[in-house]
Design a protein around this ligand. Structure first.
Ligand SMILES: Cc1cc2nc3c(=O)[nH]c(=O)nc-3n(C[C@H](O)[C@H](O)[C@H](O)COP(=O)(O)OP(=O)(O)OC[C@H]3O[C@@H](n4cnc5c(N)ncnc54)[C@H](O)[C@@H]3O)c2cc1C
Length: 401
């Protein structure tokens, strides 16, 4: 089979796995505008570093929106396949809390990235650093800025893997969006996903309670409920219980101009359970902490969102414990979000992630308008898309799963 020249532009996880699959039979070059690949991957490593999730197959695919768009790629290369791939390059993984998959204890993020890079080096993948994609020329050829020199990039296939628009310090700044619009590829504005929410706290909440966790709570919005932990911040709330609710909050803010989240501080107890703790005796609000096992910050939040009468009546206080309604002003800024939605419109892509208008060009990873919650689903999505697009080029057709 004749070797193809493949140009991969952008050096995030979706690009790296595509390079691995393709370089077994083809000549592959990764063009990255930074001096190194995988900057956002390493940033992810500083936090939880969920490489994927223990959900597999269709259960995993169900986590993505739009589901149908991501399904084939996820089913073709799911969490089991990704963990095997890591294992083959010497990175063992384990399933931690809530199904999140991490590198085995002691393995640092840089070691994971190096293991991938070593594999690519052994398969002769070329890395061109300080090589920035700066648009398309009048013939829709790709223009690159190679360390100050403008050149046209020529290859048999091109894979763009330019990332989303958050944490621009990592190189994923979304500036490429306008170049695709210029060649008639529809794009969607970037918006924050997996981010915190802005709330107008009373000043004493900010002063006395920012930084404090709200553990084992459940939060609901518009019928979507999620259990986990949030952190009170100066601007509002952040954390794993909030992130999966962001699509619903975003929708409400857009469609209704407002969104309220409802916190249940005692999801394991019913109102009847809590009423039993009080019994028929009259209790002082000073004892609420002890009676209901609530921390100072929880009491402060409930007080802040109650009238005096509501707070002093143990019955209405219990209702607040089970459903404290808090107004969300807006989502946090794109720059600090864990991920973004927006970018290339999924309608512009074939099932194998090639552009309908330019079938030699593939677009993968977070630069496409798909969404998933935290918990390993973002990296899994990027890896699956890289695998699937690469397999499609190798097999020269769409692949079944
Ligand atoms: C703080 C944080 C924590 C995270 N934690 C997790 C986690 O634990 N689990 C998880 O699943 N996900 C996590 N993520 C999300 C995950 O890191 C991303 O979804 C993933 O890196 C996206 O991969 P990608 O290949 O699409 O793009 P990216 O990793 O964003 O890579 C894109 C690359 O393209 C390059 N590039 C951009 N423009 C150009 C251009 N014009 N020319 C050339 N190169 C260009 C960039 O420099 C960059 O190297 C986290 C993200 C953040 C910010």
């Amino acid at each position: 089979m004749i070797k193809k020249n493949i140009a991969i532009i952008g050096g995030g996880p979706s690009a790296l796995i595509a390079a691995d699959i393709l370089s077994k039979q083809n000549s592959v070059t990764i063009y990255e505008k930074n001096k190194a690949v995988g900057s956002k991957f390493l940033i992810a490593g500083k936090g939880g570093f969920n490489l994927t999730n223990s959900l597999a197959g269709i259960e995993l695919a169900n986590k993505y929106t739009p589901k149908e768009f991501m399904k084939d790629a996820i089913l073709a290369f799911d969490s089991k396949a990704l963990r095997e791939w890591f294992s083959e390059i010497g990175i063992e993984t384990f399933v931690g809390t809530s199904g999140r998959v991490f590198p085995k204890k002691g393995i640092k993020p840089a070691e994971v990235l190096n293991a991938i890079k070593n594999k690519l080096n052994s398969q002769n993948v070329k890395f061109e650093y300080e090589s920035e994609f700066v648009g398309f020329d009048e013939n829709q050829c790709i223009k690159m800025n190679f360390n100050g020199k403008l050149k046209t990039l020529l290859a048999d296939n091109y894979i763009f893997a330019l990332g989303g628009a958050s944490w621009s310090i990592t190189g994923s700044d979304g500036k490429w969006k306008k170049y695709f619009e210029e060649i008639g590829v529809n794009t969607i504005p970037f918006e924050s996903s997996n981010c915190g929410v802005n709330i107008n706290w009373e000043s004493h909440i900010i002063k006395n309670h920012s930084g404090k966790p709200l553990k084992n709570i459940s939060v609901s919005v518009g019928g979507t409920v999620n259990k986990g932990e949030a952190v009170i911040t100066e601007y509002g709330l952040e954390g794993n219980v909030i992130y999966p609710l962001i699509p619903e909050v975003r929708k409400l803010l857009k469609n209704c101009g407002k969104a309220n989240i409802i916190i249940d501080f005692k999801p394991e107890n019913t109102i009847a359970d809590l009423l039993k703790k009080v019994g028929s005796k009259s209790v002082s609000s000073k004892d609420y902490g002890k009676i209901f096992n609530l921390k100072r910050e929880q009491l402060a939040l409930i007080k802040s969102y109650s009238t005096k009468e509501e707070y002093l009546s143990s019955h209405s206080f219990i209702k607040k414990i089970k459903g404290l309604e808090i107004k969300v002003e807006s989502l946090r800024d794109i720059e600090e979000s864990i991920s973004t939605i927006g970018g290339i419109d999924v309608e512009e892509l074939n099932q194998n992630f090639s552009l309908k208008k330019y079938p030699k060009i593939y677009c993968i990873g977070e630069m496409i308008n798909w969404d998933a919650p935290t918990g390993g689903f973002l990296l899994q999505g990027a890896f699956s898309m890289g695998y699937y697009s690469a397999k499609s080029i190798v097999l020269r057709k769409n692949i079944p799963y």
